[in-house]
Design a protein around this ligand. Structure first.
Ligand SMILES: Nc1nc2c(c(=O)[nH]1)N[C@H]1C(S)=C(S)[C@@H](COP(=O)(O)O)O[C@H]1N2
Ligand SMILES: [Mo]
Length: 304
Protein backbone atom coordinates (compact mmCIF):
# COMPACT_ATOMS: atom_id res chain seq x y z
CA UNK A 1 0.00 0.00 0.00
CA UNK A 2 0.92 3.60 -0.44
CA UNK A 3 2.85 5.36 2.29
CA UNK A 4 2.65 9.12 2.58
CA UNK A 5 6.13 9.34 4.13
CA UNK A 6 8.14 7.85 1.31
CA UNK A 7 11.74 6.89 1.98
CA UNK A 8 13.95 8.74 -0.50
CA UNK A 9 14.64 5.48 -2.37
CA UNK A 10 10.97 5.38 -3.35
CA UNK A 11 10.78 8.95 -4.53
CA UNK A 12 12.85 8.07 -7.59
CA UNK A 13 9.94 6.44 -9.44
CA UNK A 14 8.26 9.84 -9.62
CA UNK A 15 11.19 11.13 -11.67
CA UNK A 16 11.21 8.03 -13.80
CA UNK A 17 7.48 8.44 -14.22
CA UNK A 18 7.87 12.07 -15.31
CA UNK A 19 10.57 11.31 -17.82
CA UNK A 20 8.46 8.49 -19.23
CA UNK A 21 5.62 10.97 -19.68
CA UNK A 22 7.94 13.43 -21.44
CA UNK A 23 9.01 10.62 -23.72
CA UNK A 24 5.41 9.70 -24.45
CA UNK A 25 4.55 13.32 -25.15
CA UNK A 26 7.50 13.72 -27.50
CA UNK A 27 6.57 10.51 -29.27
CA UNK A 28 2.96 11.68 -29.60
CA UNK A 29 1.62 8.72 -27.61
CA UNK A 30 -1.87 9.07 -26.18
CA UNK A 31 -2.40 11.34 -23.21
CA UNK A 32 -5.76 12.82 -22.29
CA UNK A 33 -5.59 15.26 -25.21
CA UNK A 34 -5.03 12.58 -27.79
CA UNK A 35 -7.81 10.50 -26.26
CA UNK A 36 -10.19 13.39 -26.61
CA UNK A 37 -9.14 13.98 -30.17
CA UNK A 38 -9.79 10.33 -30.84
CA UNK A 39 -13.42 10.58 -29.81
CA UNK A 40 -14.19 13.68 -31.87
CA UNK A 41 -15.75 12.76 -35.21
CA UNK A 42 -13.36 12.88 -38.15
CA UNK A 43 -10.42 13.86 -36.00
CA UNK A 44 -8.17 10.95 -36.81
CA UNK A 45 -6.02 12.96 -39.19
CA UNK A 46 -6.13 16.23 -37.25
CA UNK A 47 -3.54 16.98 -34.62
CA UNK A 48 -4.59 16.86 -30.97
CA UNK A 49 -6.11 20.07 -29.55
CA UNK A 50 -4.12 22.11 -27.04
CA UNK A 51 -3.64 19.25 -24.64
CA UNK A 52 -5.18 19.44 -21.17
CA UNK A 53 -2.12 17.47 -20.09
CA UNK A 54 0.34 20.22 -21.09
CA UNK A 55 0.64 21.58 -17.54
CA UNK A 56 3.47 20.27 -15.40
CA UNK A 57 2.13 18.01 -12.65
CA UNK A 58 2.58 19.14 -9.06
CA UNK A 59 4.99 17.11 -6.96
CA UNK A 60 3.78 14.03 -5.11
CA UNK A 61 4.75 15.89 -1.94
CA UNK A 62 2.36 18.77 -2.72
CA UNK A 63 -0.47 16.54 -3.92
CA UNK A 64 -0.39 14.40 -0.78
CA UNK A 65 0.15 17.06 1.89
CA UNK A 66 -2.26 19.85 0.95
CA UNK A 67 -5.70 18.26 0.99
CA UNK A 68 -9.33 19.08 1.54
CA UNK A 69 -10.94 16.05 3.16
CA UNK A 70 -13.29 17.27 5.89
CA UNK A 71 -13.98 13.72 7.15
CA UNK A 72 -10.45 13.89 8.60
CA UNK A 73 -9.83 17.57 9.21
CA UNK A 74 -10.51 21.06 7.92
CA UNK A 75 -6.75 21.68 8.20
CA UNK A 76 -5.18 20.82 4.82
CA UNK A 77 -1.84 19.81 6.32
CA UNK A 78 -3.46 17.61 8.98
CA UNK A 79 -5.30 15.33 6.52
CA UNK A 80 -2.21 13.29 5.55
CA UNK A 81 -1.17 12.27 9.08
CA UNK A 82 -4.76 11.76 10.28
CA UNK A 83 -5.68 9.53 7.32
CA UNK A 84 -2.61 7.30 7.26
CA UNK A 85 -4.23 4.35 9.09
CA UNK A 86 -7.64 4.61 7.41
CA UNK A 87 -8.78 1.10 6.43
CA UNK A 88 -9.84 0.85 2.78
CA UNK A 89 -10.11 -2.96 2.63
CA UNK A 90 -12.57 -4.57 2.37
CA UNK A 91 -14.44 -1.90 0.39
CA UNK A 92 -17.63 -2.22 -1.64
CA UNK A 93 -19.08 0.20 -4.18
CA UNK A 94 -22.82 -0.09 -4.74
CA UNK A 95 -24.29 0.93 -8.11
CA UNK A 96 -28.04 1.26 -7.74
CA UNK A 97 -31.20 3.27 -8.34
CA UNK A 98 -32.66 3.74 -11.82
CA UNK A 99 -30.54 1.11 -13.60
CA UNK A 100 -31.32 -2.20 -15.27
CA UNK A 101 -28.25 -3.86 -13.73
CA UNK A 102 -27.73 -2.82 -10.12
CA UNK A 103 -24.56 -4.33 -8.70
CA UNK A 104 -22.29 -4.14 -5.69
CA UNK A 105 -18.61 -4.46 -6.60
CA UNK A 106 -15.74 -5.34 -4.31
CA UNK A 107 -13.19 -2.63 -5.12
CA UNK A 108 -10.62 -5.19 -6.44
CA UNK A 109 -13.18 -6.56 -8.91
CA UNK A 110 -14.20 -3.10 -10.03
CA UNK A 111 -10.62 -2.06 -10.79
CA UNK A 112 -9.91 -5.33 -12.58
CA UNK A 113 -13.02 -5.05 -14.72
CA UNK A 114 -12.33 -1.56 -16.09
CA UNK A 115 -8.93 -0.92 -17.70
CA UNK A 116 -7.06 1.84 -15.90
CA UNK A 117 -5.84 4.86 -17.87
CA UNK A 118 -3.58 7.78 -17.08
CA UNK A 119 -5.11 11.30 -17.12
CA UNK A 120 -3.31 14.50 -16.18
CA UNK A 121 -5.91 17.05 -15.06
CA UNK A 122 -5.94 20.48 -13.47
CA UNK A 123 -7.84 20.58 -10.16
CA UNK A 124 -9.27 24.00 -9.23
CA UNK A 125 -10.58 24.41 -5.68
CA UNK A 126 -13.31 26.99 -5.06
CA UNK A 127 -10.89 28.52 -2.50
CA UNK A 128 -8.89 29.80 -5.52
CA UNK A 129 -5.89 27.47 -5.47
CA UNK A 130 -5.10 24.80 -8.03
CA UNK A 131 -2.88 21.83 -8.77
CA UNK A 132 -2.10 19.51 -11.66
CA UNK A 133 -2.51 15.83 -10.81
CA UNK A 134 -1.57 12.74 -12.82
CA UNK A 135 -4.45 10.38 -12.07
CA UNK A 136 -4.95 6.73 -12.83
CA UNK A 137 -8.54 5.73 -13.34
CA UNK A 138 -11.30 4.98 -15.81
CA UNK A 139 -14.22 6.90 -17.29
CA UNK A 140 -17.35 6.80 -15.12
CA UNK A 141 -19.22 6.34 -18.44
CA UNK A 142 -17.88 2.77 -18.66
CA UNK A 143 -19.34 1.82 -15.29
CA UNK A 144 -22.64 3.52 -16.13
CA UNK A 145 -22.83 1.68 -19.45
CA UNK A 146 -22.49 -1.58 -17.52
CA UNK A 147 -25.26 -0.49 -15.12
CA UNK A 148 -27.59 0.61 -17.95
CA UNK A 149 -29.46 3.66 -16.65
CA UNK A 150 -33.21 3.43 -17.35
CA UNK A 151 -34.91 6.13 -19.45
CA UNK A 152 -36.07 7.82 -16.20
CA UNK A 153 -32.52 8.36 -14.94
CA UNK A 154 -31.49 12.03 -15.12
CA UNK A 155 -28.84 12.44 -12.39
CA UNK A 156 -26.11 10.51 -10.63
CA UNK A 157 -25.76 10.75 -6.87
CA UNK A 158 -22.48 9.86 -5.18
CA UNK A 159 -22.14 8.97 -1.52
CA UNK A 160 -18.91 8.80 0.47
CA UNK A 161 -18.01 6.52 3.37
CA UNK A 162 -19.72 7.06 6.74
CA UNK A 163 -17.60 5.81 9.64
CA UNK A 164 -17.22 8.27 12.53
CA UNK A 165 -14.97 5.78 14.37
CA UNK A 166 -12.35 6.15 11.65
CA UNK A 167 -13.28 9.62 10.42
CA UNK A 168 -12.93 12.13 13.24
CA UNK A 169 -14.36 14.99 11.17
CA UNK A 170 -17.72 13.21 11.04
CA UNK A 171 -18.21 14.06 14.70
CA UNK A 172 -18.67 17.67 13.54
CA UNK A 173 -22.35 18.65 13.62
CA UNK A 174 -21.84 21.39 11.02
CA UNK A 175 -22.07 19.00 8.08
CA UNK A 176 -24.72 16.56 6.98
CA UNK A 177 -22.65 13.36 6.75
CA UNK A 178 -21.99 11.33 4.69
CA UNK A 179 -20.47 13.67 2.09
CA UNK A 180 -22.61 13.48 -1.01
CA UNK A 181 -22.36 14.97 -4.47
CA UNK A 182 -24.14 14.76 -7.79
CA UNK A 183 -23.89 15.26 -11.53
CA UNK A 184 -26.40 15.49 -14.33
CA UNK A 185 -26.36 12.24 -16.31
CA UNK A 186 -24.77 13.83 -19.41
CA UNK A 187 -22.00 15.33 -17.23
CA UNK A 188 -21.44 11.93 -15.63
CA UNK A 189 -21.25 10.30 -19.08
CA UNK A 190 -18.70 12.85 -20.38
CA UNK A 191 -15.38 11.39 -21.49
CA UNK A 192 -13.43 13.65 -19.08
CA UNK A 193 -15.33 12.42 -15.99
CA UNK A 194 -13.08 9.96 -14.22
CA UNK A 195 -13.28 7.50 -11.36
CA UNK A 196 -9.73 7.65 -10.01
CA UNK A 197 -8.04 4.81 -8.18
CA UNK A 198 -4.48 6.10 -8.21
CA UNK A 199 -2.06 8.92 -8.87
CA UNK A 200 1.58 9.02 -9.98
CA UNK A 201 1.16 5.40 -10.99
CA UNK A 202 0.51 4.20 -7.40
CA UNK A 203 -2.74 3.30 -5.68
CA UNK A 204 -4.62 6.33 -4.40
CA UNK A 205 -3.20 7.78 -1.15
CA UNK A 206 -5.80 7.87 1.63
CA UNK A 207 -5.68 11.66 1.79
CA UNK A 208 -6.62 11.86 -1.90
CA UNK A 209 -9.71 9.68 -1.53
CA UNK A 210 -8.72 5.99 -1.47
CA UNK A 211 -9.77 3.62 -2.74
CA UNK A 212 -12.00 5.42 -5.28
CA UNK A 213 -12.86 9.07 -5.91
CA UNK A 214 -14.52 11.11 -8.61
CA UNK A 215 -12.61 13.63 -10.73
CA UNK A 216 -14.59 16.24 -12.70
CA UNK A 217 -11.87 18.61 -13.88
CA UNK A 218 -14.06 21.45 -15.22
CA UNK A 219 -15.90 21.89 -11.90
CA UNK A 220 -14.72 23.22 -8.54
CA UNK A 221 -12.83 20.59 -6.58
CA UNK A 222 -15.60 19.90 -4.06
CA UNK A 223 -17.60 18.11 -6.76
CA UNK A 224 -14.79 15.51 -6.97
CA UNK A 225 -15.99 13.38 -4.05
CA UNK A 226 -13.53 11.10 -2.25
CA UNK A 227 -14.07 7.73 -0.57
CA UNK A 228 -17.03 6.68 -2.75
CA UNK A 229 -19.22 3.80 -1.51
CA UNK A 230 -22.38 4.39 -3.51
CA UNK A 231 -23.31 5.57 -7.01
CA UNK A 232 -27.06 5.96 -7.46
CA UNK A 233 -29.03 6.93 -10.56
CA UNK A 234 -31.97 9.22 -9.78
CA UNK A 235 -34.69 11.19 -11.56
CA UNK A 236 -34.33 14.24 -9.29
CA UNK A 237 -31.37 16.52 -8.67
CA UNK A 238 -29.48 15.12 -5.66
CA UNK A 239 -28.72 17.32 -2.68
CA UNK A 240 -25.05 17.82 -1.90
CA UNK A 241 -23.15 18.31 1.36
CA UNK A 242 -22.01 21.80 0.39
CA UNK A 243 -25.30 23.13 -0.95
CA UNK A 244 -27.01 21.83 2.19
CA UNK A 245 -24.41 23.44 4.48
CA UNK A 246 -24.38 26.78 2.67
CA UNK A 247 -26.93 27.16 -0.15
CA UNK A 248 -25.92 30.77 -0.88
CA UNK A 249 -22.33 29.78 -1.52
CA UNK A 250 -22.52 26.47 -3.35
CA UNK A 251 -24.78 25.48 -6.21
CA UNK A 252 -25.29 22.15 -7.93
CA UNK A 253 -23.39 22.81 -11.15
CA UNK A 254 -20.37 24.68 -9.77
CA UNK A 255 -18.53 24.91 -13.08
CA UNK A 256 -15.25 26.80 -12.79
CA UNK A 257 -16.07 30.32 -13.97
CA UNK A 258 -13.73 33.32 -13.56
CA UNK A 259 -16.67 35.72 -14.12
CA UNK A 260 -18.85 34.59 -11.23
CA UNK A 261 -17.32 35.50 -7.87
CA UNK A 262 -18.00 33.36 -4.84
CA UNK A 263 -19.25 35.42 -1.86
CA UNK A 264 -15.87 34.93 -0.19
CA UNK A 265 -13.43 34.49 -3.07
CA UNK A 266 -13.02 36.26 -6.39
CA UNK A 267 -12.72 33.49 -8.96
CA UNK A 268 -10.84 35.54 -11.57
CA UNK A 269 -7.41 34.19 -10.67
CA UNK A 270 -5.84 31.36 -8.73
CA UNK A 271 -2.72 30.32 -6.88
CA UNK A 272 -1.16 27.27 -8.47
CA UNK A 273 0.43 25.40 -5.57
CA UNK A 274 4.20 25.71 -5.93
CA UNK A 275 4.09 28.93 -7.98
CA UNK A 276 4.79 32.48 -6.82
CA UNK A 277 2.55 34.55 -9.08
CA UNK A 278 -1.18 34.00 -9.49
CA UNK A 279 -2.50 32.88 -12.84
CA UNK A 280 -5.79 33.80 -14.47
CA UNK A 281 -8.57 31.26 -13.97
CA UNK A 282 -9.85 29.79 -17.22
CA UNK A 283 -13.51 29.24 -18.12
CA UNK A 284 -14.43 25.64 -17.25
CA UNK A 285 -10.89 25.36 -15.83
CA UNK A 286 -9.54 25.31 -19.39
CA UNK A 287 -11.83 22.49 -20.59
CA UNK A 288 -14.28 24.82 -22.37
CA UNK A 289 -13.82 23.24 -25.81
CA UNK A 290 -14.73 19.85 -24.37
CA UNK A 291 -17.67 20.75 -22.11
CA UNK A 292 -19.26 24.11 -23.05
CA UNK A 293 -21.89 22.32 -25.19
CA UNK A 294 -23.31 20.70 -22.05
CA UNK A 295 -24.51 24.10 -20.83
CA UNK A 296 -25.94 25.68 -23.98
CA UNK A 297 -28.92 27.83 -23.06
CA UNK A 298 -28.01 27.88 -19.37
CA UNK A 299 -27.42 31.24 -17.64
CA UNK A 300 -23.80 30.78 -16.61
CA UNK A 301 -23.87 34.00 -14.58
CA UNK A 302 -26.17 32.16 -12.18
CA UNK A 303 -24.08 29.00 -12.09
CA UNK A 304 -22.07 28.82 -8.88
N1 LIG B 1 -15.42 12.94 0.71
C1 LIG B 1 -14.85 14.13 0.47
N2 LIG B 1 -14.49 14.43 -0.79
C2 LIG B 1 -13.92 15.62 -1.07
C3 LIG B 1 -13.72 16.60 -0.06
C4 LIG B 1 -14.11 16.25 1.26
O1 LIG B 1 -13.97 17.05 2.22
N3 LIG B 1 -14.66 15.02 1.49
N4 LIG B 1 -13.16 17.82 -0.39
C5 LIG B 1 -13.29 18.26 -1.79
C6 LIG B 1 -12.52 19.45 -2.10
S1 LIG B 1 -13.10 20.92 -1.47
C7 LIG B 1 -11.43 19.44 -2.93
S2 LIG B 1 -10.67 20.86 -3.42
C8 LIG B 1 -10.86 18.14 -3.40
C9 LIG B 1 -9.39 18.06 -3.03
O2 LIG B 1 -8.78 16.91 -3.59
P1 LIG B 1 -7.26 16.59 -3.29
O3 LIG B 1 -7.04 16.64 -1.80
O4 LIG B 1 -7.02 15.22 -3.86
O5 LIG B 1 -6.43 17.64 -3.99
O6 LIG B 1 -11.53 17.00 -2.85
C10 LIG B 1 -12.94 17.14 -2.77
N5 LIG B 1 -13.53 15.88 -2.36
MO1 LIG C 1 -12.10 22.57 -2.70
Amino acid sequence: MFRSKLPSSQITPQNVYLSRRDFMKAAGIAGAGALLAACAPGSATESAPASPSADTPNSLEDITNYNNYYEFSTDKQAVAPLSKDFQTHPWDVEVSGLVNNPKTYAIEDLLKKFPQEERVYRLRCVEAWSMVIPWTGFPLAKLLAEAEPTSDAKFVRFEAVLDPEQLPGQKSPFYDWPYQEGLRLDEAMHELTLLASGLYGESLPNQNGAPLRLVVPWKYGFKSIKGIVKIELTDTQPSTLWSTASPDEYGFYSNVNPNVPHPRWSQSSERRIGELTRRPTLMFNGYEAEVAHLYEGMDLAKDY
